[in-house]
Ligand binder design. Structure first.
Ligand SMILES: Cc1ncc(C[n+]2csc(CCOP(=O)(O)OP(=O)(O)O)c2C)c(N)n1
Ligand code: SF4
Ligand SMILES: [Mg+2]
Length: 281
């Protein structure tokens, strides 16, 4: 089915890559959101996930490795009406950009942060990433990584992130619903998306995730910190999919207006636009 969010760029991901399921879910969520392409900005860093803005017909920015969140924050502050969606990778978002993940959660702008977690550095040919399991063998660590993986959901929880979810690219319809819930959430909405890399991660495959992944049902209480922490510990035998923790909290603009309105909103910055552009001609 065609979508106004389709883009004609040739897709450079390997056949069977989990990123296709994420792209499908994203376009379906955008279609369902009722937004026009000009109302949406997709921002990324570097990596296979970083290619996402090229494949969707919205405003787009593909910047430096790990630096998507600062760009997206500036964009949102200067244009609060935009729906801003940030795509990162497990290396990009939890390694090189880990600091921005922490402070992005603290700032609590109304951003959507979707991390393509394939537990490997895909673009640079398979080095261990911050979420690679202990012992993951790679070309530069043939006998396996000796670093413990981080649990990104628990990291987000420790910072009291108000929306923490986990999706799976092998379940695009379910992922679409999670993305829509993230769009509707006022504040920093974070989804860690399990994304098989069929070339460099031969352990965490579609079938490995399918054997373990299950969807949280309507009886699950996502407002309970204790239940959320319990779910976030699940991994080796079963992996929960869905909104794991959610709570309302004041987002950036509400907090800012308690003190002073952000400068960028109160000044007529458009008058400087041509002057700034002329510097780059
Ligand atoms: C500051 C910086 N460090 C390292 C690199 C090299 N580099 C490019 S992509 C990448 C790994 C990307 O891994 P991940 O974020 O997990 O994305 P994936 O390709 O797996 O989607 C690295 C290390 C870079 N471009 N910039
Ligand atoms: S190397 Fe892995 S993550 Fe990159 S496009 Fe291929 S399958 Fe996808
Ligand atoms: Mg990766």
């Amino acid at each position: 089915m065609s979508s106004v969010f389709d883009h004609n760029f040739e897709i450079q991901w390997c056949p069977g890559c989990g990123n296709f399921g994420i792209l499908k879910a994203l376009k379906a969520a955008l279609d369902k959101s009722g937004k026009n392409p000009s109302d949406v900005s997709v921002v990324s860093g570097i990596g296979q996930s970083g290619k996402t803005p090229h494949y969707v017909n919205t405003n787009g920015f593909n910047g430096l490795h790990g630096r998507a969140l600062p760009v997206a924050s500036g964009l949102k502050i200067s244009n609060p009406e935009q729906l801003v969606i940030v795509h990162g990778g497990d290396g990009d978002g939890y390694g090189e950009g880990g600091n921005h993940f922490i402070h992005g959660i603290r700032r609590n702008l109304d951003l959507n942060y979707f991390v393509h977690n394939n537990q490997i550095y895909g673009l640079t040919k398979g080095q261990a990433s911050p979420t690679s399991s202990l012992g993951t063998a790679s070309g530069i660590q043939p006998s396996g990584t000796i670093m413990e993986p981080i649990n990104p959901l628990k990291l987000a929880m420790s910072l009291d992130c108000g929306f923490i979810a986990r999706g799976f690219s092998g379940e695009p319809a379910h992922l679409t619903e999670l993305m829509l819930e993230a769009f509707a959430y006022k504040g920093f909405a974070y989804i860690d998306i399990l994304q098989p890399c069929v070339v460099f991660n031969k352990v965490n495959t579609y079938s490995w995730y399918k054997e373990r992944a299950y969807k949280l049902d309507s009886n699950y209480d996502f407002s309970s910190k204790a239940s959320a922490l319990e779910k976030m510990e699940e991994w080796d035998e079963q992996i929960p999919l869905g909104v794991i923790y959610k709570k309302e909290k004041p987002e950036y603009f509400e907090k800012a207006s308690l003190t002073n309105p952000p400068k960028v909103q109160s000044s007529d910055h458009k008058q400087y636009w041509n002057e700034i552009l002329s510097l780059y001609k």
